[in-house]
Design a protein around this ligand. Structure first.
Ligand SMILES: [Fe+2]
Length: 197
């Protein structure tokens, strides 16, 4: 499998790095703010600086109908470096995408740098000059949505993420809440297979 490396740089209109960091670390806005980009998004685990997610991503979010790719990803947050690193496994072909996102502060604004290493098949690689700008259009849509949120948070000086993913979206929490009740305390088999020697 071939790889395409893409670097995408965007610039905020303010220079508070704490607010910019919150935006890039915050996943809780994915489902409502980026609803044209995701069919589904679930948290499998969110502990300390490691987050595990399930995604159903629309490849062309600017089209009414788009092919959907399913991924599980692991994301590591490094607060002191204002960055995160992420690896996504494509559930269909098991290929791995790598992504690094980090911030650079200037006097007037913050640069958000996104580095991707995308695994692609031969046809996509040959057509990369056409396909990569189409992928970039998807990022444009998401950046416009993020920029709006960034400006709003800057206006309100919000430095902490507002946590708005219901607990039913976190598989680890679902398990903690329901396991005792459904398995430990009240388990009555509807079918029993008791295999004797
Ligand atoms: Fe976002």
């Amino acid at each position: 499998m071939k790889r395409i490396n893409i670097r995408r740089i965007t610039r905020t209109s303010q220079n508070d790095i704490n607010i910019a960091r919150e935006i890039i670390f915050d996943y809780t806005h994915f489902l409502y703010l980026h609803k044209s980009s995701f069919n589904d998004f679930r948290v499998i685990s969110d502990k300390k600086n490691t987050q595990i997610f399930y995604y159903e991503t629309k490849i062309f979010n600017w089209l009414p109908f788009s092919p959907v790719m399913k991924f599980i990803s692991i994301k590591k947050l490094i607060h002191e470096k204002n960055m995160f690193s992420q690896a996504y496994i494509n559930l269909k072909n098991k290929s791995i995408t790598y992504f690094k996102c980090y911030l650079k502060k200037t006097d007037t604004h913050i640069k958000i740098i996104n580095d991707f290493s995308l695994p692609v098949n031969k046809v996509t690689f040959l057509l990369r000059k056409i396909i990569v700008p189409l992928i970039n259009l998807k990022m444009n849509v998401m950046w416009k949505e993020d920029e709006e949120m960034l400006n709003l948070r800057n206006l309100n000086n919000e430095k902490d993420s507002v946590y708005c993913v219901p607990s039913t979206f976190n598989l680890e929490e679902i398990k903690e809440h329901n396991f005792q009740k459904l398995i430990e305390d009240n388990f009555e088999p509807d079918f029993l297979f008791d295999i004797k020697k």
